[in-house]
Structures are given as structure tokens and as C-alpha cells.
Design a protein around this ligand. Structure first.
Ligand code: AP5
Length: 215
């Protein structure tokens, strides 16, 4: 299955991507996680991306599209993939359409997770993520088994720099200006499924599974 997870920052895309990865055994391609790995390694790309991410802005399309192109060409994407946080602009969506045609990898569905801005601000304030594999946790809504340690890979949990309240507000503005037009874009392609993102993680997972007809 080939899927896109669409939604505002903090809507729960990464959380649902983890669930789908366990269920369907297909890789997650998270551009945010790829950028954070480059930042941690201090690569040239990481240094460039950090400036934009810390300010709550999008990383330029050219850099982002190239990363996804490389990743989609890897063998583990042959049986499907979950795109989390890409595309985020109309230009990225058009580039992805062209790439998927070239690779003969038609898209199945675009899951749009809908959550109001006020709820997102609360979620981000309590979020931690694994510094190694990127799995998201929450102090109240998704608590790890051993404090500060990732359940999946035993990596150390950290708070993301861009989860500060002022940066989150900027990221939400960027989402409404540049990413939300993709809802209409994929609606026109008959690929869009809207999922109410309010409820427990398990409730949202059930909605996603029902929408995809998997369990
Ligand atoms: P990225 O890492 O993609 O961040 P994002 O899209 O802003 O999304 P988040 O990871 O913040 O949230 P999420 O929707 O995955 O929610 P999560 O599951 O963690 O991108 C970061 C930056 O990189 C961007 O700002 C940009 O600069 C750059 N970038 C990345 N991709 C790019 C692109 N394509 N083009 C250009 N630039 C790009 O959940 C959030 C919290 O809520 C967690 O704590 C979680 O445990 C909790 N939670 C989840 N579900 C629920 C629930 N149902 N109830 C209560 N709490 C819940």
C-alpha cells in the first residue's frame, strides 16, 4: 500500500505512521525525521535544514524533493510506503506525482488527520521524541514504559527544539498557508480520506484502519 499522511504539525501523523508500519510492514518516509538525522550528524544538508526548521519555516522544495526521490528508489519501498510530512507544498505534490508515475508506484490513499489548532498547541507542549528512531511520545497521552527511554529502540527521549510555543504557532501558520491547499489537490484526485484526529490514539488508529480496510 502507498499512503500519504497529511495534517497540521502535531496532528498525530507520526503516531499513526508507527501504527501502520507495524501493521503493514512498509517503511515510513518522514522528511522531518530525515532532516533531524542529518542535523544530528552535522551534514551539509543538516546545517542548511536546521536554519529553516528552528524558525518554523519549510525547508526549500528542491532540497526536500531530492531526498524523497533518493528514498523512494530504495528497495524497501517496492512493496509500499507511508509518506509522513511529505508533500507539504503544491510544488512537492506535483513533483511526487511525476516521480510515482516514473517509478510505476501509484498512490492508494491520502489520510488527512484533522485536529484544531488549540488542541495541537497542548499536544506539542507535552511531546517527547526518540533521539534515535523518532518515535513520538506524550507526557499524558502516550507515556513510555521506562521514563525517558524509547519503547521501540531504547533510545533517549528528548524534546524537539521546534516544539516551543512560539515556533509551533509559526508552523501552524505555514501549514495553513502552504500545506492545507493539498487537501483540495488530493480531493480532486479522489485519493483523500478525512479522519477526525480528536480522541485517544487507539480510537484514531481504528478510524485509519477502517478507512483503509485493514486490521
Ligand atoms: P515534521 O517532523 O514532519 O513535523 P510536523 O509535520 O510539523 O509534524 P510533527 O512531527 O510535529 O507532528 P505529527 O503530526 O507527526 O504528530 P505526532 O504523531 O508527533 O517536520 C518538522 C520540520 O521539518 C518542519 O517544520 C519543516 O521545517 C521541515 N520539513 C519536514 N518535512 C518537510 C517538507 N516536506 N517540506 C519542507 N520542510 C519540511 O503527535 C504529536 C503529539 O501528540 C505527540 O506527543 C503524540 O504522542 C501526541 N498524540 C498523537 N495522537 C494523539 C491523540 N490522538 N491524542 C492525544 N495526543 C496524541
Amino acid at each position: 500500500m502507498r499512503l500519504i499522511l497529511l495534517g497540521a504539525p502535531g496532528a498525530g501523523k507520526g503516531t499513526q505512521a508507527e501504527m501502520l508500519n507495524s501493521l503493514l510492514n512498509i517503511p515510513i518516509i518522514s522528511t522531518g525525521n530525515i532532516f533531524r538525522a542529518h542535523i544530528a550528524e552535522g551534514t551539509e544538508l543538516g546545517i542548511k535544514a536546521k536554519r529553516y526548521i528552528d524558525e518554523g519555516k519549510l525547508v526549500p522544495d528542491e532540497l526536500t524533493i531530492d531526498i524523497v526521490k533518493d528514498r523512494l528508489n530504495q528497495d524497501d519501498c517496492k512493496n509500499g510506503m507511508i509518506l509522513d510530512g511529505f508533500p507539504r507544498t503544491i510544488k512537492q505534490a506535483q513533483a511526487l506525482d511525476a516521480l510515482l508515475v516514473e517509478l510505476n508506484m501509484p498512490l492508494d490513499k491520502v489520510i488527512n488527520v484533522e485536529v484544531a489548532d488549540e488542541e495541537i498547541i497542548e499536544r506539542m507542549a507535552g511531546r517527547t521524541v526518540c533521539s534515535s528512531c523518532g518515535t513520538p511520545y506524550h507526557k499524558k497521552f502516550k507515556v513510555e514504559k521506562v521514563a525517558g527511554i524509547c519503547d521501540n529502540c531504547q533510545g533517549k527521549l528528548i524534546q524537539r527544539e521546534d516544539d516551543r510555543k512560539e515556533t509551533v504557532k509559526k508552523r501552524l501558520k505555514v501549514y495553513h498557508d502552504q500545506t492545507s491547499p493539498l487537501i483540495e489537490y488530493y480531493k480532486r484526485q479522489n485519493k483523500l480520506v478525512n479522519i477526525d484526529g480528536i480522541g485517544s490514539v487507539e480510537e484514531i488508529s481504528l478510524r485509519v484502519k477502517n478507512a483503509l480496510g485493514v486490521n
